[in-house]
Design a protein around this ligand. Structure first.
Ligand SMILES: Nc1nc2c(ncn2[C@@H]2O[C@H](COP(=O)(O)OP(=O)(O)OP(=O)(O)O)[C@@H](O)[C@H]2O)c(=O)[nH]1
Ligand SMILES: [Mg+2]
Length: 390
């Protein structure tokens, strides 16, 4: 799974990415600080089955901290965009191709209203963050429209001579992670083969964009005075508030041994004896301005929500021994997989190894020890043993 952060310049995309991946990258309030995409690994949280099952686990592809599983996912940070990016303004539409393969987008909005339309820092409260939401959707839609229109006459002619429109459109939009089934559905709702006026094409694109690039809105910089009022104004937009800068500071302090803190925690504890007063004050400010009023810094909540709410994924745990919940080497609950809701036992086998698809015989629900069939849909938190033919 690939998630991309995106939005205007200067809203805190790289700060969010760096806090999530703990990889250093240049952060500044200059416009267009990031040009080349940053790639890294972020973690999605899920309750680890080790607690329910009363075992101590040895995760291999993920981490378990105090009964919470942190499951890796790819996260990219891209250049900022300006209005008209799809026409080549600012850094142009190269950023748009960078999100091509993303399964979901996290739109980082400066909810303190301190970044203007072009990404320049301005007095907080002087930009309307709601405009940013609409603007990102519009840029993506016009970019997709451009791709669709590139060979439009050819596509239409081929469709007239009998080729299936969904196959032709799938080819044209290839690489965007849009399935022929999604295209077929979108054609049912809006048949652009019959009405190809720009308005109709845009409506068609919008349906596909919502399916293939769902967007979660992160209201960043909530630590700035005045951000709360703007957030309140935007309450109909399902924005998750965050302070990427606070999360980055907390994770760095944790790494340096100053505090005890896990991503997503509602508080931290200073553990370094004699921690310098300046550092202490900065940390306490985060507690008062962010953690107390908002519960957490919001960064981990946004990552989790992108996986579970936006993409509707579930976490499942394949094992080879259903009594010990272990793999061949004896590692208990070794792996966690994030898979789409509706994934069957056989499909999970195929995700572990493509050749397991054909070798699949049955599976066992390790929690109940009941046998489950190939087509049975898995549930969030399932621990599954897969039985294969030799
Ligand atoms: N107050 C506050 N400032 C933040 C927060 N997150 C980022 N910033 C600041 O916002 C400015 C821009 O941060 P970046 O992470 O470089 O922003 P960006 O969106 O990656 O910018 P581009 O790479 O130019 O697109 C920097 O001065 C950050 O320190 C936050 O949560 N609160
Ligand atoms: Mg950046």
């Amino acid at each position: 799974m690939l998630i991309s952060v995106c939005g205007k310049s200067n809203t805190g995309k790289t700060t969010f990415w760096s806090a999530s991946t703990m990889v250093e990258a240049e952060i500044s309030n200059r416009i267009f600080t990031t040009i080349k995409p940053n790639q890294g690994v972020a973690y999605i949280r899920a309750p680890c089955p080790c607690r329910d099952l009363g075992v101590s686990c040895n995760p291999q592809n993920s981490k378990c901290i105090g009964g919470t599983r942190y499951i890796p996912t790819k996260l990219i940070d891209i250049a900022g965009l300006v209005p008209g990016a799809h026409l080549g303004k600012g850094l142009g539409n190269s950023f748009l191709s960078d999100i091509m393969e993303a399964n979901a987008l996290i739109h980082i909005v400066d909810i303190s209203g301190g970044t203007d339309q072009d990404g320049n820092p301005v007095e907080s409260g002087s930009n309307n963050p709601l405009q940013d939401i609409e603007f990102l959707e519009r840029e993506i839609d016009f970019w997709l429209l451009g791709i669709l229109q590139k060979n439009w006459t050819q596509i239409k002619n081929k469709a007239k001579s009998g080729e299936k429109p969904e196959d032709l459109l799938h080819k044209q939009l290839s690489g965007l992670g849009i399935s022929p089934e999604d295209i077929k559905q979108a054609l049912k709702e809006n048949n652009i083969m019959e009405n190809d006026q720009e308005e109709s094409l845009l409506e068609f694109i919008e349906i596909l964009r919502k399916k293939s690039k769902p967007i979660l809105i992160a209201g960043n910089k909530i630590d700035v005075p005045g951000a709360e009022a703007l957030l309140e104004k935007a309450k109909d937009f399902n924005i998750i508030p965050c302070s990427a800068e606070s999360e980055l500071a907390l994770r760095k302090a944790e790494k340096e041994g100053d505090i005890r803190y896990s991503p997503g925690d509602s508080d931290f504890e200073i553990i370094k004896p004699g921690l310098d007063e300046k550092k202490k004050k900065a940390l306490e400010l985060i507690r008062d301005k962010v953690l107390k009023p908002y519960g957490t810094t919001g960064v981990q909540k946004i990552l989790d929500s992108a996986a579970f709410d936006l993409l509707g994924l579930i976490a499942v745990y394949p094992v080879e021994n259903e009594t010990r919940y272990s793999n061949k080497k004896g590692n208990v609950l070794p792996d966690a997989y994030l898979v789409p809701k509706g994934t069957t036992a056989r499909e999970l086998a195929g995700k572990i190894h493509t050749e397991f698809l054909d070798k699949f015989i049955a599976a066992v629900d390790a929690r109940t020890k009941k046998r489950i069939g190939a087509e049975q849909e898995l549930k969030n938190g399932d621990v599954i043993k897969i039985m294969l033919s030799k």
